[in-house]
Write a protein that binds this ligand. Structure first.
Ligand code: ZN
Length: 203
């Protein structure tokens, strides 16, 4: 399986990092080795002093497809989840300045938290899902999928122009504002509506 991530999909997050609003979705990939194993803590890698949490709504692909029209995109997923796109922000800034790819900052081991999934049928409208991240019991990030610049079905159409989507692939749909540094002993909990979908200890 592969993980396809969308960058810069929420205006307030684009502004907090002083990035420009892109004309097309920003895409990058994470390998399967970046998935944090269930029940394992997240270890801050030694090459970064500024690892940020980015909480994101996840979409799990349930059938193979290429050049998917957005009208039919809803047929390609029936589960919605929540995860964290851990980002070594210091390293990413260096790479961005040099115009280099971001993988070392975003695709390292453990950098992809994939929490539990909920059936899509639990939601009246996938474009109106509330989610949040709590760090040590305090709310750090709050989002609603209505605030995405590119909504889920549009993302599936766009991504599938470039990459064939396969069963089990996961799309990270971008983070809202409120990204911030994680420290040893932090506890990160992610919620979709009032359901807790992951709990991670940082080491
Ligand atoms: Zn992200």
């Amino acid at each position: 399986m592969k993980i396809i991530c969308v960058g810069r999909n929420y205006v307030e997050h684009i502004e907090e990092l002083n990035n420009a609003v892109p004309k097309d979705p920003v895409l990058f990939l994470k390998p399967d080795t970046s998935i944090l194993l269930k029940k394992q803590p997240f270890f801050i890698p030694e090459f970064s002093n500024d690892v940020h949490h980015e909480v994101e709504i996840l979409v799990k692909i349930n059938r193979i497809g290429k050049h998917i029209d957005r009208k039919f995109a809803y047929k390609y997923y029936d589960e919605i989840g929540l995860g964290i796109d851990f980002t070594a922000r210091d390293l990413q800034l260096q790479l961005k300045e040099k115009g280099l790819p971001w993988e070392k900052a975003k695709a390292f081991d453990g950098a992809a938290v994939i929490g539990n999934f909920l059936p899509k049928s639990d939601f009246k409208d996938v474009n109106d899902i509330n989610f949040r991240l709590e760090k040590n019991g305090e709310v750090q990030q709050v989002g609603n999928t209505s605030l995405m610049l590119w909504k889920i079905d549009t993302l599936i159409e766009y991504i599938s122009k470039y990459f064939t989507l396969k069963i089990g692939d996961v799309i990270f749909t971008g983070t809202p504002s409120g990204v911030g540094k994680v420290n040893s002993n932090d506890i990160l909990k992610g919620f979709v509506e009032e359901k807790e979908l992951f709990s991670i200890k940082v080491k």
